[in-house]
Design a protein around this ligand. Structure first.
Ligand code: UDP
Length: 239
């Protein structure tokens, strides 16, 4: 087996990245392509936990901005992540990759409940664990979920695939042609400069627990394998 940098990773997959061109809902071809890359990562013996977002279906904030109760809108967002989790599991299993979905909101017919020790056991057995329903609490994000689960399962890194960008810049590269990309930076700089990497709750959690984050471009799915192998792509935060 090749010498690998990480033994256990958390891969944060935004809902948006499952939507493909239509930018809404789930595109099965895109999910399959991402699953294929996860399979390759597994073939290197790296333990993979995935935290899935739900923004391709529903975001709590957009509901509450239109007058919905925030907590209700957030629970809808959490349910959306479970749909994405099931789609990813289906694609993985069709490729012969064992996987388990663990939901932070109990729904026994659909997924296992989130049990930390069980999740670790699955990973040790080589199963991909997909965490659905975020943290199970409104007012949080799936970025915070990635930080929380990474701390809980003692993952060495969070890999965060982003669309339309290849890392963290000092200003918006779409608006400022002079924007400078960081190869690496510290969490404190992210907070102090107000850089749009993750929300501040997720950033603080990663910082306090010393979990490095790699932000990379997921428009090319092969970057998933490169990031998992520790290749120098994107931006490393707190590394
Ligand atoms: N959400 C939540 N608590 C959590 C995680 C997620 O309430 O712990 C809700 C929130 O409404 C969020 C939605 O689920 O907008 C979808 O998650 P997110 O926006 O993080 O998904 P992504 O942007 O990664 O697709």
């Amino acid at each position: 087996m090749a010498d690998v940098k990480y033994k256990r990773i958390v891969f944060k997959l935004s809902g948006e990245s499952l939507a493909g061109e239509q930018r809404f809902g789930i595109n099965p071809e895109v999910v399959e392509s991402i699953a294929r890359q996860i399979k390759k990562v597994r073939e290197f013996g790296i333990e993979v936990a995935v935290v899935v977002g739900g923004g391709n279906i529903w975001r709590g904030l957009s509901g509450s901005n239109k007058g919905m109760d925030r907590a209700t809108a957030d629970y809808m967002g959490m349910l959306a992540t479970v749909m994405n989790a099931l789609a990813l599991q289906d694609a993985l299993e069709s490729m012969g990759i064992d996987s388990r979905v663990q939901s932070a909101i109990e729904m026994r017919q659909v997924a296992e409940p989130y049990i930390r020790r069980k999740a670790i056991r699955h990973l040790e057995k080589g199963r991909v664990v997909i965490f659905g329903a975020g943290t199970g609490n409104p007012y949080f994000s799936t970025d915070t979920t990635a930080a929380l689960r990474a701390a809980e399962i003692e993952a060495e890194v969070i890999l965060m695939g982003k669309k339309n960008t290849d890392g963290v810049y000092d200003s918006d590269p779409n608006k400022n042609p002079q924007a400078k990309k960081f190869d690496s930076l510290e969490y404190m700089e992210v907070l102090n400069r107000g850089l749009a990497v993750m929300d501040s709750t997720a950033t603080s959690l990663c910082m306090d627990n010393k979990i490095p984050l790699v932000v990379f471009n997921i428009d090319n799915h092969e970057n998933i394998v490169k990031a998992a192998l520790g290749e120098n792509i994107g931006t490393t935060v707190g590394g």
